[in-house]
Design a protein around this ligand. Structure first.
Ligand code: PMP
Length: 384
């Protein structure tokens, strides 16, 4: 009969429960919807209602109290998880961590030097670093590309370097360390127990975190920087103030509510949910890839997690798939022919022999991805 509602892309039938047979699995974006069921379980205690007359002002009535309370919750969460030192450090909020990435580049770049600071990252890297640095087109900084080629070519110790260190890395999940030993921006978007064993607190000069990959509320647009040096802190804070007069109070109120739920039970309910979900996805994914010689995924090595007090395998947000056959050097196209949409290696300045598949989308998305991968690997073994 006629559908009773409009169905999402891949679904049809009267109640939208039937999967369309030819539908592609979309594993392209890093939308962290895998956490939605946790928040459904906490629907009432995580809800925020704001009356029309509430918090209309730029700052009055209690701008500082709310921001301070939020800061305290962020510090508490880091101390519970054990993933970052916040004692004696400054915090700055941003519109997502995206805004803070460029604020950090600005703050670390040398104002008075005649030549711009050199901004680098290690391949494969998150494309936003390059995109932003080029887009803002400043006289104070320029994007110089890959740390490894820089290291072998023209690196000398007195050069002014700002290095993005993404740990765990997007796309391959590696726990990266600084390569060049200059100024660093540690992007810790994925440094939470869902994705990696927490081996110890990060203690770097400038660390950036985001709500997006912690609670999954990417649309709320909230991130924070943890900064050791007062001058750098003031520059980052000034950037946010000049760009936006600070970040939305409505957002801060929602984040406060979400973090209050996140720290309940010392963070165990949230992180057990998120880790179990990611582990389950990785178990099923590795079972499929273990039957393939045509495709491989990144190696994972067990580490001791201080938070769970147990040795565990990482369960990264993305699978970094390699097409192993010599002639299949456009892995994205190979997967697409098998009705799987990923993000090609070249987007991360790597080879197109690699493709990133997102594992943090909804359960339906993951089920379809696994189904398409299973079909593709079965084809390789001649069983269908
Ligand atoms: N850093 C990394 C490594 C990311 O993968 C992302 C989002 N995919 C971000 C920063 C930005 O996230 P947001 O602006 O939502 O905090």
């Amino acid at each position: 009969g006629q559908p009773v509602c409009e169905c999402y892309d891949c679904y049809g039938g009267r109640d939208c429960s039937e999967l369309s047979p030819g539908c592609a699995a979309d594993a392209e974006s890093g939308d962290p919807v895998f956490l939605e069921p946790f928040w459904m379980q906490h629907a009432a205690d995580s809800a925020v209602v704001i009356s029309g007359w509430h918090r209309m002002s730029y700052r009055y009535p209690d701008y500082t109290t709310m921001s301070e309370e939020l800061e305290n919750y962020i510090r508490k969460l880091h101390s519970l998880v054990g993933n970052a030192i916040t004692e004696g450090r400054y915090l700055v909020f941003g519109i997502g961590s995206s805004q803070l990435l460029n604020a950090a580049v600005y703050a670390l770049s040398s104002e008075n030097s005649s030549s711009p600071s050199n901004v680098l990252a290690s391949i494969p890297f998150y494309p936003m670093y390059k995109e932003q640095t080029m887009f803002f087109n400043s006289e104070s900084f320029q994007f110089e590309g890959d740390t490894n080629s820089w290291q072998s070519n023209n690196w000398t110790n007195n050069m002014d370097v700002i290095e993005f260190v993404t740990s765990p890395n997007n796309p391959d999940g590696e726990l990266k360390k600084s390569v060049l030993g200059g100024k660093t921006i540690y992007d810790h978007a994925y440094f939470w127990p869902h994705f990696t064993p927490i081996t110890g607190p990060s203690d770097h000069d400038l660390m950036i975190f985001t709500l997006s990959k912690l609670t999954g509320h990417a649309g709320t647009r909230f991130g924070w920087a943890i900064i050791k040096d007062k001058d750098v802190y003031e520059k980052v804070a000034n950037y946010i103030s000049v760009a936006d007069l600070g970040i939305s109070k409505d957002t801060q109120l929602r984040v406060l509510k979400l973090l209050k739920v996140s720290v309940e039970g010392d963070g165990k309910p949230l992180f057990e949910f998120s880790y179990n979900k990611m582990r389950d996805r990785w178990d099923r994914l590795t079972a499929v890839f273990s039957k393939s010689t045509r495709f491989s995924i990144q190696q994972r090595h067990p580490l001791h997690c201080n938070f769970f007090n147990e040795t565990r395998l990482p369960s990264p947000a993305y699978a970094w798939v390699k097409c192993e056959r010599e002639e299949e050097d456009d892995c994205g196209a190979v997967l697409e022919a098998g009705k799987i949409i990923g993000r090609s290696g070249s987007i991360f300045s790597a080879k197109d022999r690699y493709t990133r598949l997102s594992l943090i989308k909804s359960q339906d998305d993951f089920e379809l991805l696994l189904q398409r991968l299973t079909e593709l690997v079965a084809l390789e073994n001649g069983s269908i």
